[in-house]
Design a protein around this ligand. Sequence first.
Ligand code: NDP
Length: 249
Amino acid sequence: MTEKNNKVAVVTGGSRGIGRAIVLALSGMGLDVVCNYRSGKDAAQETVRLAENLSGRVTVMKFDVADHGSVKKAFKEIIAEKKRIDVLVNNAGIARDNLIAMMKSDQWRDVLETNLYGVFYCCQAVTRQMLKQRYGRIVNITSVIGFTGNAGQANYAAAKAGIVGLTRSLAKELASRNITVNAVAPGYIETDMTSELPDAAKEAMLAQVPLGRVGTPEDVANAVKFLVSDDASYITGQVIHVNGGMFMG
Ligand code: NDP
């Protein structure tokens, strides 16, 4: 039986992949979780069903993290209904790969707007409430690519590196009010995002992983679970790399 507590968490892009594993991990800790998605309602409802099987409390909320107005409205509604937000996990992300020479400005903009502006919008939307509560845990999902760069992913790498700077700055802004802000940087994790890659690219990535296996969404969720727990109350402004040793930062 899950031990209930009155903490509320919001996970963006919680309907599939890493986000779904994070939703299940946090609901397994007894948190009341709001699972955001953009378009995949069936996947979001499947996440709720999986959580309920484990006695978790999860509700879904559709909004686009790249749309500032929708983000403000969604968080206003969540705060009005739940009266608090203790945990925010900025997980929603997309990739639109292309070499710089061929990259369309739409590909650059879409990735920056979802992966970086979206994180800014959501962080800003919870800040006042967390300051009032004098408590909060923010975890931003960046990527190994934000540290190493990758040919064909300049847009994605720029957004993910930007998340690290945002995380450290916000950690300094909020620390005095008992709000921690950290990031988790996954390596090669098996999800829809990576299943689309050509087999040769997958093999090349796996060859760079000293632990010799692809990561699971649960590997990433475990790091998030730690960062939002009381055991991590003295950790802020940090990045935890979950990559099987692929990059040692
Ligand atoms: P998936 O493609 O499997 O899932 C992406 C999730 O994000 C979906 O729930 C999707 O919802 C949601 N989403 C996308 N755009 C938006 C938006 N504008 N607003 C709200 N929700 C949105 O991705 P992963 O699980 O693989 O990745 C999750 C995070 O981890 C991303 O930030 C990614 O960059 C990062 N990451 C992943 C790695 C990997 O190897 N898989 C490695 C390093 C980092 P919907 O279906 O409704 O659009």
